[in-house]
Design a protein around this ligand. Structure first.
Ligand code: GLN
Length: 466
């Protein structure tokens, strides 16, 4: 643990950690040693990890990387934090992310941007930029992250690491600072599918403290054993098929994922991955997800609507920053909120309040909910024709730090391949599948999407490539 702390200190310029505390980390390492001594060690015992600063922790501050929560300490740990600690994982600290997980570049954090370990002039992606960067830099074996519209998959892709967002409801949201509650889902970022499996196994499970937590997945209990068993079954089946391990597997390739907006460098890397899977026996099927483009406005109505209600609790009374000067209660609340929230968060609250307001609700919010339902149905139609869907995670390579900061819509459009999955609550992952041909090559991610509760299948499929 001390060595891991030292190496993270040597990588200060990444700006990935927002809080470290050697005494807390070493105490967790001692607890892991005790587990080992008692013969109770599991695959994560003693393994260095770190948490996105969106997971509340009772021993460390939790800020969601916002001025609004400066100095906030939660009275309890998020369920995911408790579970990983019980498994013996050792936390090296809290990780930088976009403010309240809103963003795609990790540049909206009050702590400043995270640098991409592959090229320090580039963004790591977001919102879980810190989580992807510490894994890519080899500072931890795994990190927790959350994905509301792509925040696990997109930074994993841009940092050349792997990440999985399981089916909505698989991992408890208890103690995760809420952004869009019907979309938020936690997951791990790690080097490869096998590490993801160990982390996911420890993180998932029914939690009565989360009203949307699933008790059963496909009639089986929602737990890590279910996912591991599916992974092992899939692997056994692949082994049994010798040189054509993926024979019989149909890979859906959505036509809409390969339109003119896709950078040819990314397209080539995805095509090469598809060829590799075909050489292993898989069959390629072209499928249709006609609402792909509409997923962007749909998501950017629904997620701000939910964010505007979730963030109403930060009023300077119960939580968060309180303005020092005000005249009455209303001015105290509005001043505290204006001072505490950054520009991207304010933008989302304004959009969300607008689409939920009387007279606009039907035109925007209800309409978006209808499109969401159609997107859900489209995916189910596609899964009648294939077992897994493959495509890019992002339309382009990562961006330079500081570029285009004034223009949020470019970022919003860049989420086009990840949002549909989030709206449908499906499991999906990103694995590295190649590099750009730049002087300093940048990683490219491959997105693998499965039907509900197929996490074990996704991981076994990813493991073939790694
Ligand atoms: N980029 C998307 C957004 O800003 C996704 C964020 C996320 O998944 N947390 O909302």
């Amino acid at each position: 643990a001390q060595q891991a702390l030292d190496s993270s200190a040597r990588q200060k310029e990444l700006n990935a950690f927002v809080q470290q505390d050697a005494a807390l980390t070493l105490a967790q390492a001692d607890a892991a040693d005790a587990l080992i001594a008692q013969g109770k060690a599991g695959p994560l015992t003693g393994i260095p990890i770190a948490h996105k600063d969106l997971f509340v922790t009772k021993d460390w501050q939790t800020t969601a990387c916002s001025k609004m929560l400066e100095g906030y300490v939660s009275p309890f740990d998020a369920t995911v934090v408790t579970k990983l600690q019980a498994a013996g994982a050792v936390s090296l600290g809290k990780l930088n992310c976009d403010e309240f997980a809103m963003g795609s570049r990790n540049e909206s954090s009050v702590f400043g941007p995270v640098r991409n370990p592959w090229d320090h002039s580039m963004v790591p992606g977001g919102s879980s930029g810190g989580s992807a960067a510490v894994v890519a830099a080899g500072l931890v074996a795994g990190a927790t992250a959350t994905d509301t519209g792509g925040s696990i998959r997109q930074p994993a892709a841009l940092c050349g690491v792997s990440g999985i967002k399981p089916t909505y409801g698989t991992i408890s949201r208890f103690g995760i600072i809420a952004y869009g509650s019907s979309l938020d889902q936690a997951g791990p970022i790690a080097r490869n599918a096998r590490d993801l499996l160990d982390l996911l196994e420890a993180m998932c499970g029914f939690d009565p403290q989360d009203a949307t937590s699933l008790e059963f997945c496909d009639d089986q209990p929602n737990n890590g054993a279910r996912i591991r068993q599916q992974f092992e079954q899939q692997q056994a089946q692949q082994e049994a098929q010798g040189s054509q391990p993926l024979k019989g597997l149909r890979i859906g390739v959505p036509a809409q994922f390969f339109g003119p907006g896709l950078d040819p460098v990314v397209a080539d890397a995805i095509e090469a991955a598809l060829k590799t899977y075909e050489s292993l026996g898989a069959e390629r099927v072209t499928v249709q997800l006609p609402l792909t483009e509409l997923s962007v406005p749909t998501y950017y109505v629904i997620s701000p609507a939910e964010a505007s209600t979730n963030l109403s609790r930060f009023d300077g009374v119960r939580f968060g920053h309180r303005a020092s000067q005000y005249t009455d209660l209303n001015s105290m609340i509005s001043r505290s909120r204006s001072e505490g929230f950054g520009p991207e968060v304010v933008r989302r609250i304004l959009v969300g309040t607008y689409v939920l307001s009387h007279g606009y609700y039907d035109a925007y919010y209800l309409q978006a909910q209808r499109v969401r339902r159609m997107i859900v149905d489209d995916f189910q139609k596609v899964f009648e024709q294939c077992d897994l869907i493959l495509g890019p995670v992002t339309p382009a390579l990562g961006r330079k730090l500081g570029a285009n900061i004034e223009d949020p819509t470019t970022d919003w459009l860049g989420d086009v391949y990840t949002l549909g999955v989030s709206l449908a609550g499906l499991p999906a992952m990103s694995i590295p599948c190649g590099f750009s041909k730049d002087e300093r090559p940048l990683p490219i991610g491959l997105q693998i999407i499965g039907n509900y509760f197929r996490e074990g299948q996704l991981l076994a499929f990813a493991d073939r490539f790694q």
